[in-house]
Design a binder for this molecule. Structure first.
Ligand SMILES: [Zn+2]
Ligand SMILES: [Zn+2]
Length: 337
């Protein structure tokens, strides 16, 4: 019997997502299920319609804003570190450093430890608790940027680049596309840390989530909705969803310099394709060195790779003397980080 089969008896991939048979629950299922444990609020992980949901308090607040107060039959929140017994499994949640409330799920069953990372990153993010390495026998990792070419730039140099363009373009609006949950709030705080204290202007679609972050204790400084502007916002920084970069909405702004904050901006062709003048490599996912470091730190003998560049990472895991397995999970959206 291989060691993989030993985990397979109580936790395994299904077409609805990763299933823990020991506790009869799914982790981040892609379809409605009776019981779900959710790693974080992004839409490819947190969906509506489950019977019962277990997640961090922040993830539940995010789900209620995005999916509605009654997005599940029952919503149960559990803070980092405390343990809940579900069937024959002990479940605890540990910071993943990806977005506010994001968690790795530790499931213990008969002396074995499985850690399901969800999405994660290792570099500092002022909007959420830092990733905590959790010792595991089985580690289930993402691999969005699982190729050796993916090495994200230091965040501070990307922010400095943005502020340099802003200072050099007083007659133009600096319009940056950001995902509304996580990236938006992180970019705002990176700008604050770089000393930018002017109001940051927001597309209407970004306002509710920024309000929630502030309610949950993340101070984003002065923000203002673009709808309330009485000028064309020349010289100002405006954030919008990526889809709004090229639409009619931006015509009200002063000859915008368009930027996009995403790990994918490391790929020049993607920036060109989107017509982005100011690509900012700011990612909420682990880059290649972070993936490799994390796999080493968990000390897991077996690593399953859920989504992204699975083949390269599985190969690397083999070189590290561990067993790797590509799960080829469906329903993960690597673009909408
Ligand atoms: Zn995510
Ligand atoms: Zn994801």
């Amino acid at each position: 019997m291989t060691n993989s089969a030993k985990f397979d008896t109580w936790i395994y991939p299904t077409k609805r997502g990763l299933y823990c048979a020991a506790g009869d629950f799914y982790i981040d299922p892609s379809q409605p299920v009776e019981r779900a444990v959710i790693t974080h609020g992004h839409s490819d992980h947190a969906r509506a319609g489950h019977g019962r949901v277990l997640a961090t308090p922040e993830t539940i607040a995010i789900m209620q804003i995005r999916l509605g107060k009654t997005c599940a039959g029952a919503l149960q929140s559990q803070g980092y570190g405390s343990v809940l017994q579900i069937g024959d499994a002990d479940v605890s949640l540990h910071p993943a450093g990806h977005i506010l409330g994001s968690a790795q799920i530790l499931v213990r069953h008969r002396g074995q430890r499985a850690v399901v990372s969800g999405d994660y990153k290792r570099r500092f993010d002022p909007t959420c608790a830092p990733f905590e390495p959790v010792p595991a026998d089985l580690f289930v990792t993402e691999a969005t940027f699982g190729l050796p070419v993916f090495r994200h730039e230091p965040d501070a140099s990307e922010t400095a680049k943005l502020l340099e363009v802003q200072r050099a373009s007083p007659g133009r609006t600096i319009l940056i596309g950001v995902y509304g949950l996580g990236k938006c709030q992180r970019l705002i705080l990176l700008l604050r840390q770089a000393g930018y204290d002017r109001p940051i202007w927001l597309h209407g679609a970004l306002v509710a989530m920024c309000d929630l972050y502030q309610t949950l204790g993340i101070d984003l400084g002065p923000l203002a909705p673009v709808a309330a502007a009485t000028s064309t916002l020349a010289g100002e920084i405006v954030l919008c969803p990526p889809s709004a970069l090229a639409d009619r909405w931006s015509r009200r702004l002063a000859d915008p310099v368009t930027g996009f904050a995403s790990g994918w901006m490391r790929v020049r062709a993607r920036a060109r394709q989107r017509g982005v003048e100011l690509p900012l490599v700011i990612s909420d996912h682990a880059d290649w060195p972070e993936l490799v470091t994390t796999i080493a730190e968990t000390a897991a003998e077996e690593i399953w790779v859920t989504h992204g560049r699975e083949d390269a990472l599985v190969h690397q895991i083999g070189l590290m003397g561990r067993r790797g397995r590509a799960l080829a999970m469906v329903g993960r959206d690597e673009e909408a980080e």
